[in-house]
Design a protein around this ligand. Structure first.
Ligand SMILES: Nc1ncnc2c1ncn2[C@@H]1O[C@H](COP(=O)(O)OP(=O)(O)OP(=O)(O)O)[C@@H](O)[C@H]1O
Ligand SMILES: [Mg+2]
Length: 252
């Protein structure tokens, strides 16, 4: 086997379904990667996960699994419908998208057996895409750093072995970028940040792909928008660097 890093065109990619982002990523996420999706509240992390799974089923016939500690099945469906994915509920009913919502995940004192059920499902059913919303909540079930780190490595291994390409949602409390770089950032294959800045009329939204192992990516920051049809990233508007430049004002 040759070194994969010098033959980037040999890497299989998985489209996220977000216009512009897939082109920044040279086609999409690296197949079987575990990708961290970070951002403050309301930046679009969950919607990105929904769009990723919806695109997988509708465009590539790839089944998805959505694990949520934050919301119940109805909330998730309503969020999907709010960006125009009216058939989300049908896809869930048909088993194309499997949802483990907070009522499953937070069953009283039963985290270990919940995880066992999940891992069994990964192994027995053929899913291609997974969203964990959120990793931040998931990590609260571990008592110390070492246990957490060990499990996270094991978990991401299991995801890969089962052929899954995964998004792990990371809730950021602090205002970007004044935040500590957590362990998760180093343990995952890729790192995507969603950023929002307030304006007079609302918010400006941006996306930054900080890391994608095995991929030659554009690490500028690009403007994005959440609207009917989902998240759109404006690649051609020209990115700007985080370093030594002002964030653009209105006008995107
Ligand atoms: N149809 C739409 N058009 C424009 N904006 C929308 C639409 N639907 C949802 N939004 C916006 O998307 C944002 C919510 O995105 P999302 O729930 O994915 O955020 P999040 O990063 O998961 O937040 P949290 O950390 O609180 O879970 C809100 O700011 C909401 O106003
Ligand atoms: Mg969310």
């Amino acid at each position: 086997m040759g070194p994969a890093s010098i033959v980037p065109d040999m890497v299989n990619t998985v489209e996220t379904g977000v216009e512009g982002l897939d082109s920044i990523l040279n086609g999409g996420l690296v197949e079987n990667a575990t990708v961290l999706v970070s951002g403050n509240p309301g930046t679009g992390k969950s919607l990105f996960g929904i769009q990723y799974l919806h695109h997988g089923v509708t465009e590539h016939d790839e089944r998805g699994i959505y694990i949520s500690f934050e919301e119940n099945e109805d909330d998730i469906r309503e969020a999907a419908e709010s960006i125009g994915f009216e058939n989300w509920g049908d896809l869930v009913d048909d088993g194309e998208i499997k949802v483990y919502d907070k009522s499953h995940m937070l069953r009283e004192g039963d985290f270990t057996s919940t995880m066992d059920t999940l891992l069994e499902d990964f192994a027995n059913a053929s899913y291609d895409r997974l969203v964990l919303d959120s990793l931040t909540m998931f990590e609260l079930f571990f008592d110390d750093e070492k246990e957490k780190r060990t499990y996270l490595l094991k978990f991401s291994d299991i995801l890969k072995k089962n052929g899954l390409t995964s998004l792990l949602v990371n809730e950021q409390g602090a205002v970007f970028p004044e935040t500590e770089i957590g362990l998760e950032n180093f343990l995952t294959d890729g790192n995507i940040y969603f950023i929002q800045t307030p304006t007079d009329s609302g918010v400006n939204r941006y996306v930054w792909v900080a890391k994608m192992r095995k991929q030659d990516i554009d690490t500028d920051i690009f403007p994005m928008e959440i609207a009917n049809g989902g998240i759109k990233v404006y690649e051609r508007a020209g990115g700007f660097s985080m370093m030594g430049r002002e964030a653009p004002g209105d006008g995107f």
